[in-house]
Write a protein that binds this ligand. Structure first.
Ligand code: FAD
Length: 355
């Protein structure tokens, strides 16, 4: 098998196998991946990346890439919802508000609370609209948030949300809002092409009061540019490459029985290695944008190659090639910088040989 050992040495093959077994049910029944998340919590993933003095465990960005390659090759929903929790945690780690960290780090590290982000309206979503999705107004002891957060993963599953609002003067604020705060209302989850187990939907903020103790960052212009991570980060490419790995492995399994598939299976495997190896090399000269553009292209082509090889059987609901082709589409719309989307459009619109 291609990359037969787990990338992250803290995850065992049997744990990854169990996550893979749960993946079909998570997808077919559109259920939150509790069983897989519990397995990850049991090996302490919740504590990764937090400071040692808070009982956290050191975790580099390469360790996280290794984690996402392993988990999303098995189940995209599990890896993806974890990445949204991690995006919230990363903002808290980068915050210079010690009150917030003292209050929430212990419960996040122990896995007692689950966090998510609703930040796309500050970066990729609704950017063409005239008025901000969430308006922030100053109050005596902080701010009031009013508006709609268009995208949140973990609707009804999350205890905390890192989200943001915009002041009249254009400056933005990020805050950590417990989802039991008066005025915070979950919206419905939406039915999507894939990832329905991620409980993704919207939420409304009606006169939600945020005190200084809950401010993560700002007020400042372009608050999303502070604090690391963000749209099209290396994490998003690791997640896409995990799904590409699943497709390349699937095609390779078909090619073991059919010689006609071997040349293309070998080409896709080579391309995958040319992306995964530098992703795990801290000295790589490739940029986050290079990785995401190439990962998006590969995951789409590898998923199509696998379903082509599996024929009608792979088209039937429940076949992993069918799930993988839907999973692959996700990367065209999620946390996708404009330049990466443009590169994809160019690739789709390139002239075929017969024109
Ligand atoms: C499964 C899933 C889970 C997600 N989870 C999260 C999450 O947990 N947290 C989070 O913050 N985000 C999340 N996102 C959001 C994601 O990262 C992107 O921000 C989102 O997909 C952008 O899509 P949009 O439809 O909101 O974009 P928009 O840019 O708002 O586009 C909406 C519509 O407006 C039109 N339009 C777009 N641009 C223009 C323009 N320039 N002029 C005129 N019309 C235009 C198009 O018709 C488009 O369909 C998630 C997305 C998905 C699909």
């Amino acid at each position: 098998m291609i990359y037969s050992e787990p990338f992250n040495s803290q995850l065992s093959l049997s744990l990854i196998d169990q996550i893979e077994k749960h993946a079909a049910q998570v997808d077919l029944q559109s259920v939150w991946p509790s069983a897989s998340l519990n397995l990850l919590n049991e090996v302490g993933v919740c504590s990764w990346g937090f400071p040692a003095q808070d009982s956290g465990q050191d975790c580099t960005s390469t360790d996280w890439s290794r984690f996402y390659l392993d988990v999303t090759a098995a189940c995209l929903t599990t890896g993806f919802v974890y990445s949204q929790r991690q995006a919230a945690v990363q903002r808290l780690l980068a915050s210079d508000n010690p009150l917030l960290q003292e209050r929430w780090f212990p419960d996040l590290i122990s896995g007692k609370v689950w966090a998510t982000v609703g930040i796309s309206h500050l970066s990729t979503s609704r950017q063409h609209c005239d008025s901000p999705a969430v308006l922030a107004t100053e109050t005596a002891d902080g701010y009031q948030f009013d508006g709609d957060i268009p995208w949140v993963t973990g609707v009804q599953q999350s205890d905390l949300i890192v989200t943001g609002g915009q002041l009249e003067d254009g400056r933005q604020i990020l805050a950590l809002i417990p989802t039991v705060t008066p005025g915070f209302c979950w919206g419905n989850t939406v039915e999507m092409l894939a990832l329905n187990g991620s409980a993704t939907g919207s939420c409304q903020l009606k006169q939600v009061r945020v005190t200084e103790a809950e401010i993560v960052a700002g007020p400042v212009k372009d608050v999303m540019k502070s604090g690391g991570g963000g749209t099209g980060s290396l994490t998003t490419s690791a997640i896409a490459l995990g799904v590409a790995l699943r497709a390349v492995r699937g095609l390779a399994r078909e090619a073991e029985k059919r010689a006609d598939l071997k040349p293309e299976a070998a080409l896709l495997e080579r391309e995958l290695r040319l992306l995964i190896d530098p992703l795990l090399d801290e000295t790589t000269s490739l940029t986050a944008q290079d990785f995401r553009t190439r990962a998006n292209s590969l995951v789409l082509r590898a998923a199509q190659a696998w379903i082509t090889a599996t024929k009608g059987s792979g088209f039937v609901k429940g076949h992993p090639a069918e799930r993988t082709i839907r999973d692959a589409m996700f990367f065209l719309v999620w946390s996708c910088p404009a330049v990466v989307a443009q590169a994809a459009l160019k690739e789709f619109a390139c002239s075929p040989q017969w024109i």
